[in-house]
Design a protein around this ligand. Structure first.
Ligand SMILES: [Zn+2]
Length: 336
């Protein structure tokens, strides 16, 4: 029995010691919990920074026009999907491609930072169908960037001309602009984010020139007009033989194009609008295989990132495109 009491005393003593130890343990655990919480917070913040989540990620909506022209020409859908592939992994940018000339659900514009149209233009221009111009106007007024590529820079005389001049700095005008297939030499570029890492290049394309630019400017020099900052990016001098045609359609030649002999012409230009929104026009993009040219592709990729307000890496946006890639997603067309 004594032994039992002794045991009870010793148990009580050891319980007392354990209680003290328990308190120390509690304090240590509290400290440890706070430390863990702090470290977890640091880890989450660090992950957010690394992954780009939680910071300003820009959204580019790329709209591809309906199928058009013979195979490997005006491959708007394949071109947009290829550009999207090349832009995957670009920091601060996400890209959505929509085909057939517009988006199915316009709610996707709600968080868009730029809309770019690569399509046929003139009367078929996606911007001129239904209420699309009014939709674009609302977006531009919100500061959303806007860009047009190849035939997409053309709107008919008197339709959306002022809008295109204010939004992207100019537009193709039938019988004023021309569309010969030629091979300009782009051997120097202005210092601008869109030209980062772009090596001089020359490439045959249906390079339109002599746009109807804002304020009637020639478009081969930086310019400010009505608060719009205009910067020519791809500039080259067409030879007299190029000016004499034939152009793709109408064949020309036009006297005023010949009369501008020796003049530099802009085939990619960018604008910064007074509201802070950005815009651009790019007149190449007729031949799908041209996306296989690193410099041609890089200057467009840089521009697509820039037009959203996103930054462009120091050496531009690097990408690789194989022969296999160039054969993917082509529209189903009957060979002509
Ligand atoms: Zn074309």
């Amino acid at each position: 029995m004594k032994t039992i009491v002794g045991v009870e005393v010793s148990v009580t003593k050891s319980l007392l010691i354990d209680s003290r130890t328990f308190c120390v343990l509690c304090r240590w655990m509290t400290f440890h919990a706070r430390l863990s919480k702090f470290l977890l917070t640091v880890l989450i913040v660090f992950s957010c920074i690394v992954s780009g989540w939680g910071k300003d990620v820009k959204k580019l909506v790329l709209i591809a026009g309906k199928p058009s022209h013979p195979p490997l020409m005006h491959e708007f859908r394949a071109g947009c999907l290829l550009l999207e592939k090349c832009l995957q992994g670009v920091k601060g940018l996400k890209v959505e491609v929509h085909d057939n000339g517009w988006v199915e659900d316009e709610s996707t514009f709600d968080d868009a930072d730029a809309v770019v149209i690569y399509s046929d233009g003139g009367g078929k221009h996606p911007a001129l169908q239904g209420d699309n111009l009014a939709t674009l106007k609302r977006l531009v007024e919100r500061g959303v960037g806007f860009g047009c590529m190849h035939y997409g820079v053309e709107v008919p005389p008197g339709e959306a001309n002022e809008e295109f001049q204010a939004w992207i700095g100019g537009h193709y005008e039938n019988m004023f602009s021309c569309n010969p297939i030629w091979e300009p030499k782009f051997d120097s570029f202005p210092k601008h984010p869109t030209t980062r890492g772009v090596a001089p290049f020359t490439i045959k394309d249906e390079w339109y020139f002599n746009m109807r630019f804002i304020g009637g400017i020639e478009g081969n020099q930086p310019h400010r007009e009505k608060g719009l900052k205009f910067t020519p990016i791809l500039v080259a001098k067409p030879s007299d033989s190029v000016r004499r045609g034939p152009y793709v359609h109408p064949k020309g030649p036009y006297d005023h194009i010949i009369a501008s002999s020796g003049r530099d012409e802009a085939m990619l230009w960018v604008v910064e609008r007074p509201d802070g929104g950005r815009g651009f026009g790019f007149t190449g993009g007729h031949f799908h295989v041209n996306w296989g040219n690193d410099s041609f592709r890089k200057i467009v990729l840089n521009t697509l990132s820039w037009v959203t307000g996103n930054s462009v890496p120091k050496n531009g946006i690097g990408s690789e495109v194989s022969e296999y890639d160039l054969q993917q997603n082509l529209d189903k067309k009957e060979p002509r």
